[in-house]
Design a protein around this ligand. Structure first.
Ligand SMILES: [Zn+2]
Length: 115
């Protein structure tokens, strides 16, 4: 195994992999808290780092047909959510390139310094 390079998204209010605490994104990247995954509630982010992407697949959601890829933590390789590659419905196109992380698989980290 080569050296694992991890990025830091910046900010003090962070979301990390619940298994290994690798930072994945921050509060500034949070778009919506009203999404749902297999494990329950999930959050939509416009930017996520330190993830690996799986194969693309087509899925039918309440909001129509989408092409998505599951995403996994780069360090521990546990599943954390999915990313949208393509939305068939024009009104869902805003999600393309965004990531949904399931709350069950992530944890919120907060720096002691208030922002
Ligand atoms: Zn992890």
């Amino acid at each position: 195994m080569g050296k694992l390079f991890l990025e830091h998204p910046g900010g003090r209010r962070l979301y990390a992999c619940a298994s290994c605490m690798t930072v994945l994104t921050n509060k500034r990247s949070l778009v919506s808290t009203t999404f749902h995954g297999m494990s329950g509630s999930a959050y939509l982010f416009n930017s996520v780092v330190n993830v690996l992407r799986g194969d693309s697949r087509t899925t039918d959601m309440r909001t129509g047909r989408h092409i998505v890829r599951d995403v996994y933590c780069k360090r521990c390789q546990k599943y954390v959510g999915w990313t949208y590659e393509y939305a068939m419905s024009a009104d869902q196109r805003y999600k393309e390139g965004m990531y949904v992380l399931e709350c069950f698989y992530i944890m919120q980290l907060q720096s002691a310094v208030k922002d």
